[in-house]
Write a protein that binds this ligand. Structure first.
Ligand code: SF4
Length: 196
């Protein structure tokens, strides 16, 4: 294990524990993924209570927050960066997070979302919305985020501190990574996780 990285971020800390120390702030976010990595995160089950005992969950599937908050310590990112909206989110996440974890093969390699890359965005849209549609064939142009030319892994756009492979990573692995980071270390994930 090594010392946990930091982006040098410091700022107002309003949440403190019983000992007066600031509690770590934990977030999760979902880009272009199937939600399987978040399902695996929730599979931590009763150990979620242990995490909540050590950190404030400030954004993600268990939190009713519309805006990604400032001053987050650890953010788990599911999914690849595939759309203009994904890109806006990951830039904001990186700017507001001390440690960014690429969670799962889609975040690490672009995996399933990246399967469209050799085909081309326009061909994929035509296949989905024109050729395979029986009614109202039209490629959506409004009210949906524009696809980027390629679906790319998170590290193609922003620095990533920890890579956790797996499709999805197991709940045990996710728990170990979070606990390690809360303890101030980067777990040697390559030794305990694998692709697929
Ligand atoms: Fe889903 Fe697998 Fe991608 Fe996770 S890595 S979002 S489980 S396809």
């Amino acid at each position: 294990m090594t010392e946990a990285p930091t982006n040098g971020q410091s700022g107002p800390h309003d949440q403190t524990g019983a000992n007066g120390q600031r509690r770590p702030r934990l977030a999760t976010i979902w880009l272009d993924g199937c939600s399987g990595c978040h399902m695996s995160f929730l599979d931590i089950d009763e150990r979620l209570l242990e995490l909540i005992g050590r950190a404030d969950l400030v954004y993600g599937c268990l939190v009713d927050a519309k805006e990604f908050p400032q001053d987050v310590d650890i953010t788990l990112v599911e999914g690849a960066v595939s759309s203009a909206d994904d890109l806006r989110k990951i830039l904001e996440v990186r700017q507001r997070s001390r440690i960014v974890v690429a969670l799962g093969d889609c975040a690490v390699t672009s995996n399933v979302p990246g399967m469209r890359n050799p085909i081309g965005t326009q061909a994929v849209l035509e296949r989905a919305y024109l050729e395979n549609a029986t009614l109202h064939q039209q490629i959506p142009a409004e009210d949906v985020p524009a696809l980027l030319a390629e679906s790319l892994p998170v590290h193609a756009w922003v620095p990533v501190d920890v890579f956790v492979t797996g499709c999805p990573p197991s709940a045990d692995r996710i728990f170990e990574v979070i606990v390690g980071l809360l303890d101030g270390h980067v777990p040697d994930v390559a030794q305990v996780s694998r692709f697929g």
